[in-house]
Design a protein around this ligand. Structure first.
Ligand SMILES: Cc1cc2nc3c(=O)[nH]c(=O)nc-3n(C[C@H](O)[C@H](O)[C@H](O)COP(=O)(O)OP(=O)(O)OC[C@H]3O[C@@H](n4cnc5c(N)ncnc54)[C@H](O)[C@@H]3O)c2cc1C
Length: 373
């Protein structure tokens, strides 16, 4: 395939995400108010082929680049961040199960995903979601080669609608990853009365002696394997930031003061708009660099994903905060979208790895601090 054709193909998926995002934007406020899963949006993404686009062509996907994948998360998040979050979790869990399972299970998950079955990441433990790669919940050996999990996972986006879960547990003190098909041992506890990202319905899940099958356990993971969540999370925050920025520009241009001049003529708004503009631009450039590294198969993506997340998480909050101030009193109500942007933007810095943990990691790396803790 020529470069031009390949570029056209990638652009097709970005254009599609832009088109669907504009539709999602129309119902984003209602999704937030009702705290309902945006099922129609998620169905549409599946029906239009976006779910499986990241898969290689020989597996029936479109073989899109990570650069395009990140851009898709960004575009969906501009319209409806909850949709983007659940979509990212569904896509990353399914892609991991298809890529890292044994060939027979991989075919099974692939078939299920193409049928529209839904996947979720059940990784965060109640004790500490940030340490999800080092789970403390120990699986019990059943004596027949399988294990059993009697425990809980927290904040599982889209869990009520999920057919399959990617979970992790401790086996003899070491982390182990499994695919789990939903059955009667999997219990959803409704805890999601959340500040923002309310449409993700990220519930607590009880695993009540759930069987973890040996043939559902992941094999070794190559160090160059790219993690879609790590690549996508900065773009989730950047989508919220862009949405808030676009709305604040429109508000500043549209609202007139008593002297008849639009708000955009106010000097402090010009200064602060410039500040948000350049920081958003810089955050996007860093997040693009992350995706370019991922497309090149670089191992540096681990540290760069944290750098990109730090900037993206903060600019999401700051763009929404400026929107709130430019919007004034009305922005304190649902008449303007900034209060929703502000609430949604808080999630990025809390989601693992939190902004604080990212800073610790990046700081230690820069200072060459090697000790643990
Ligand atoms: C909208 C949303 C959707 C989510 N979706 C999913 C999902 O689909 N699947 C999933 O598995 N999880 C999901 N999560 C969970 C998320 O990824 C985090 O795991 C979770 O938010 C961390 O919360 P916690 O209460 O466990 O925090 P903790 O890990 O307990 O952290 C609490 C505080 O302590 C700090 N901290 C923690 N550890 C350290 C340390 N070692 N050193 C210094 N500071 C530390 C953190 O920075 C934070 O400030 C979601 C969360 C949100 C908000």
């Amino acid at each position: 395939m020529s470069t031009l054709t390949s570029r056209t193909k990638e652009q097709y998926w970005i254009d599609l995400a832009v088109e669907l995002s504009a539709r999602f934007a129309l119902s984003a406020a209602e999704t937030d108010r009702k705290a309902e899963l945006p099922k129609d949006n998620l169905r549409l993404l599946f029906e239009r082929g976006l779910d499986t686009a990241i898969l290689q062509e020989e597996k029936g996907g479109a073989g899109i680049s990570y650069a395009t994948f990140g851009r898709i998360v960004f575009e969906i998040a501009r319209g409806c961040p909850s949709t983007a979050c659940v979509w990212l979790m569904n896509t990353s869990a399914a892609e991991s199960l298809i890529t890292l399972s044994n060939p027979e299970k991989s075919d099974y998950y692939l078939h299920q995903w193409k049928q529209g079955k839904r996947f979720a990441n059940a990784l965060s433990e109640p004790s500490s979601g940030n340490l999800f790669l080092n789970p403390v919940q120990e699986a019990t050996p059943l004596g027949d080669g399988d294990w059993s999990l009697d425990g809980a996972k927290r904040f599982v986006s889209g869990s009520e609608w999920a057919d399959f879960f990617l979970i992790n547990v401790s086996i003899d003190g070491a982390p182990a990853f499994f695919g789990v098909e939903r059955d009667e041992t999997v219990e959803i506890h409704e805890i999601w009365d959340a500040l923002g990202m309310r449409g993700t319905r990220s519930q607590l899940i009880g695993f009540n002696e759930t069987r973890l099958r040996a043939d559902n356990r992941f094999g070794q993971v190559a160090s160059t394997r790219q993690n879609l969540i790590a690549l996508g999370l900065p773009w989730l925050s950047l989508g919220i930031a862009q949405s808030a920025y676009d709305a604040l520009i429109a508000q500043a241009q549209g609202k007139k003061l008593s002297d008849g001049k639009p708000l955009s003529h106010v000097q402090w708004i010009q200064y602060e708009t410039a500040e948000i503009h350049v920081r958003l631009k810089a955050a996007k450039l860093l997040a693009e660099h992350l995706l370019d590294l991922a497309d090149a198969g670089s191992e540096q993506t681990i540290v760069v994903s944290m750098e990109a997340k730090i900037l993206a998480n903060q600019i999401g909050k700051d763009a929404a905060d400026l929107g709130l101030r430019v919007g004034g009193g009305l922005a304190f109500t649902r008449a303007l979208p900034f209060e929703r942007h502000l609430r949604d933007a808080q999630a990025g810095g809390l989601m693992a790895y939190s902004s604080e943990l990212c800073k610790l990691f990046v700081g230690k790396n820069e200072l060459n601090v090697r000790e643990q803790g």
